[in-house]
Design a protein around this ligand. Sequence first.
Ligand code: AG3
Length: 276
Amino acid sequence: MRDIFFMERDPYAPIRHCYPIEDILYEKKSEYQEILVVKSPHFGKMLILDGVVQVDERYEHFYHEMLVHVPMFSHPNPEDVLIIGGGDGGSLREVLKHKSVKRAVLVDIDKEVIETSKRFFPTLSSSFEDSRAIILNEDGYKYIKECNSEFDIVIVDSTDPVGFAHVLITEEFFRHVYNALKPDGIYAGQTESLLYHGEMVSRIQKDLRKVFPIVDLFTSVIPIYAGYWWTFSIGSKKYDVRRPSRTVDVETKFYSPSVHEHAFLPKDVYKKFINL
Ligand code: AG3
């Protein structure tokens, strides 16, 4: 048997991950990015966009459960949810576990990512056919600009901030998110690693603070993302976000009320890594 390796091209990491793989299952250049699906003996199938690993079958729940359930359980009754990005469907699957949700709009610019996930990642793409899901292939920035006081939760599940995704961490974008949210809405987005991307995290937190009255940061371990100690930024108009506001009544592999609370570190600990 021949050894095949996939070397990640992460634009922001001071390290290159190199994965031994069993097979290359799919390769395609879409209008927006290079899509690659490989199979690893340890991680299972992995979805790679423009050379950067986005999801693996083995550990994806650490990312999707945290990104989604922390804002969703901070809110007493999330009914309307917007996901920007998230074309693999993992965040949508978690959002739709909440019975209160009436409408989940997913806006991903690249239809091919959704098609690829449907074909190779059935456990991630299981909710695209849910009657509460509305799937749009548009530019998320343009979409949200037109929304007014519509959503309880806005989740940004994007690639790294390069190319078309870089606008999703700007102050202007956060202002559009704020306007798209109802008067008690909550925003959460993936904001890179605490260890390798401290300056970026500091800048995002500062810009969010110009827009939202309550701003915080929570973390999770994500073994496939270089930097590993991953951050999620959260902005809330009204509710405390450091603990769930209602009973946790969904099935999860990692998220729980105590994981929710512990995902937020004391502010003085964050200050060792970033400017808050
Ligand atoms: N989106 C976050 C990808 C960030 C990866 N960055 C990195 N490895 N440098 C993942 C999409 C999952 N729905």
